[in-house]
Ligand binder design. Structure first.
Ligand code: C5P
Length: 219
């Protein structure tokens, strides 16, 4: 294998959705499969990095010995695991589709049907990316993802700045047959001064492009 500048680096990756409990049997979730994050974890591990994978509830397995996996369910749990691991990492790639809101209280018993209507009050979750952006040291790199339905590049650029990211991977919901649950993806990588648009590829191939960009950023 060719020499990679990721060899020996410690890279944290968040992947998958989060589930936010409503009652003992229900949750608020999203369609993320975790495939993109797991593909990046495999690619970085193959290049010799030590990967800390923090995974939400997904149906995926990992095989590479260089991947150290922690399974979590909620944003709160993912937040704690990520904050704890980041200080010893050279970079973090935040691929997880984290819930932005969670139920303000969790019902102790299963909510019953016999009601006129049901209101579930939500409160904001921690923004893991923004918090890591605040903790980030000069020698650490932080990579985010953006999934937008409109005004994609401007929204992604806003996130890049607000969350203090080194680059952001934009995937648009407009592209048919890409993104959630799909095995393919079509991305644009945006940094402060650059913009790279890639064609539709398998997630394994997309992971290579992202790993290349990270190698470049780490120097
Ligand atoms: O603001 P938005 O959710 O669109 O930002 C997306 C980026 O921020 C992704 O990299 C995602 O993993 C990360 N994020 C996070 N914690 C949240 C929400 C988003 O780390 N609570």
């Amino acid at each position: 294998a060719r020499q990679s500048s990721l060899k020996g680096k410690r890279i944290m990756i968040t992947a998958g959705p989060t589930y936010e409990k409503i009652d003992p049997v229900r949750f608020i979730g999203n369609y993320s499969s975790g495939k993109m994050g797991f593909a990046i974890a495999e690619e970085c591990a193959e290049r010799g990095a030590e990967v800390i994978l923090i995974a939400g509830p997904v149906a995926l397995k990992t095989s590479n010995r260089n991947i150290h996996r922690t399974d979590v369910e909620s944003c709160e749990q993912m937040y704690r695991a990520a904050i704890g691991a980041f200080k010893d990492c050279d970079a973090a790639i935040l691929c997880a589709a984290v819930a932005d809101f969670m139920p303000a209280e969790v019902a102790e018993r299963k909510i019953k049907r016999e009601k006129e209507d049901l209101v579930i009050r939500l409160q904001p979750t921690h923004d893991i990316a923004a918090q890591l952006g605040k903790m980030k040291k000069a020698n650490q790199k932080l990579v985010g993802f953006a999934l937008e339905t409109n005004d994609e590049e401007n929204n992604a650029k806003g996130k890049l700045e607000r969350k203090n990211l080194d680059f952001i991977v934009l995937n648009s919901l407009r592209n048919e047959g890409t993104c959630f649950r799909s095995d393919e993806n079509m991305i644009t990588i945006l940094s402060k001064n650059s913009r790279k648009k890639f064609p539709k590829k398998s997630k394994a191939e997309v992971a290579k492009d992202i790993a290349d960009e990270l190698e470049h950023a780490l120097g």
